[in-house]
Design a protein around this ligand. Structure first.
Ligand SMILES: [Zn+2]
Length: 101
């Protein structure tokens, strides 16, 4: 049985769950591209020479240049950046709280 090309909601949810799990397992670093705000790079888990560009779109959506991202499917690279941004936002809020005005 092949499911190529199908986009059933359940399958998408499974992919999302897998992406989230892999993002927590992978120790790969997400680094910001100098001079390109909103653009980051993540190294491929399967090919050390391969790097994917993960970008934050104007509407806040996160896109990735990996094969899954090309099909608009969830991937762990995008998930990794999403959790990093949440962490950063949380840290900024904490800093705002301790810095006296
Ligand atoms: Zn990706």
């Amino acid at each position: 049985m092949t499911t190529t090309g199908t986009r059933e909601p359940m399958r998408l949810a499974q992919r999302q769950a897998r992406a989230i799990q892999k993002a927590t397992e992978q120790r790969a670093h997400v680094w910001a591209l100098p001079g390109r705000p909103g653009f980051y790079q993540v190294r491929s888990a399967t090919d050390a020479a391969e790097r994917y560009v993960v970008a934050v779109e104007a509407d806040g959506r996160i896109t990735c240049s990996c094969p899954a991202g090309g099909y608009d499917l969830p991937c762990w690279h995008a998930e990794k950046l999403r959790t990093r941004r949440i962490r950063e936002a949380r840290r900024r809020r904490q800093l705002l709280r301790v810095v006296p005005s």
